[in-house]
Design a protein around this ligand. Structure first.
Ligand code: FES
Length: 178
């Protein structure tokens, strides 16, 4: 069974996220919403050879083939384990490629994780009501800062995640996390 978490609704997302974070027995709780095991059995190099990069992984620590994410519909926010294991949203674009920016699932208020609401096109933090735009900008506080972002690259069938150290494209300033 595969453990990528396409988030379709706020309530579903919370359950999926809990599974992701706790490593709960996924088969027992979310079998109907998770992908089929072994859908893409493609060898992926363990080391990327790219400085600072790690491979996007599933909840079990297995690298995720790019084809697996890209098989999802445009607009999908797929939750994967990113840098230092941080839950990170990868975004499938309209042209069925991955966005070069990933969104870290960690509210800048007090660190809650949050779902993507595809109807409202917002990330909605359940803890104190912060709302974020698709790019992670704050729509409504109390979140004081935009969401942390990371670089995403696809090489062959591997998904690489790298720290974002350049100017924050949303603010035009140095990233707050650097
Ligand atoms: Fe997200 Fe408080 S932790 S709004």
């Amino acid at each position: 069974m595969d453990n990528i978490l396409p988030l379709e609704s706020p309530s579903l997302s919370r359950r999926q996220l809990l599974n992701f974070l706790t490593g709960a027995t996924i088969a027992a709780t979310t079998s109907s919403i998770l992908y089929v095991a072994g859908k893409f059995i493609i060898p992926i190099p363990e080391k990327t050879g790219v400085g600072g990069a790690i491979l996007a992984k599933d909840v079990l620590g297995n690298p995720i083939p790019a084809a697996q994410i890209l098989a999802e519909p445009p607009g999908t926010r797929a939750l994967v384990a990113g840098l230092a294991g941080e839950p990170t949203y990868l975004i499938v674009k309209e042209d069925n490629t991955l966005d070069v920016i990933g969104i870290v699932d960690n509210c800048t208020h007090l660190g809650c994780t949050f779902p993507w609401n595809p109807t409202e096109q917002e990330f909605q933090c359940p803890c104190h009501g912060s709302l974020y735009a698709p790019d992670g900008s704050v729509i409504r506080g109390p979140a004081p800062l935009p969401l942390k972002i990371v670089q995403v690259a696809v090489i062959e069938n591997s998904i690489l995640i790298l720290p974002w150290t350049e100017t924050d494209p949303r603010t035009g300033k140095q990233p707050w996390w650097v």
